[in-house]
Design a protein around this ligand. Sequence first.
Ligand SMILES: [Zn+2]
Length: 269
Amino acid sequence: MTTTRFAPSPTGKLHLGHAYSARVAHDLARKQNGRFLVRFEDIDHTRVRPEYYEGILTDLRWLGLAWDEEPWKQLDRLEHYQAALDRLKALGVVYPCYCTRREIETELTNLTHAPHGPEGPLYPGTCRGLATPPADREPAWRLDFQKGADLVGLLTFHDLRHGKIDVDPGLLGDVILARKDIGTSYHLAVVIDDAAQKITHVTRGEDLLGSTHIHRLLQTLLNLPEPAYLHHQLILDDSGQRLAKRHDALAISTLRERGEDPWNMLPPA
Ligand SMILES: [Zn+2]
């Protein structure tokens, strides 16, 4: 059965861009008599605030986007991410990274050809093959994308807007799969949860198209099913900037108080 999800972070209010994203997922499911789910991506626990969970659901109800099951919270699911990380360790496709942000910046400044991706500089691989880890530091865990790619061979994914896309496993470099503080990351958690919730169509903004290359690699390494993708257009403000938390005037709750209809301010899905 077609199943989609909207996965907001309870670190701020819903704004017009979120409403658009939620509607894309909701309508895709409803058109096919499928299920529409909500999942809270709350692993950024220091920025999460309790009132945002209920605020987001209130906004979705007001928008007329009803969901079909009790929303999941990623903070309830840390053991599942840990189990997945253990499987990746057993496959030998992750390694511990002890670098601080500052050390990575210094390393990148010292390199003549610092590796670069679509979202900025890539991790230079400092800790890959590290012989003696520092005793006094907890590591983060990074994907060794080359080892992963060697295990799985060529991959593709299908996007409803962009068609068939060849996976470039190194597009984002050796990304962090488990942060020191929480033991997981966006990439690992989303792949595990999409599979656990039997999501058939992953919908999200096209700013996350690069992440899908990593996600297909992780899905294959972890023997998870391949969903279809729909990377939708981003909603921009009048100056062409993508909407963010600073756009309080375009928060759904503000529009509701002012009696404005958000759907009149958005392109058709
Ligand atoms: Zn490192």
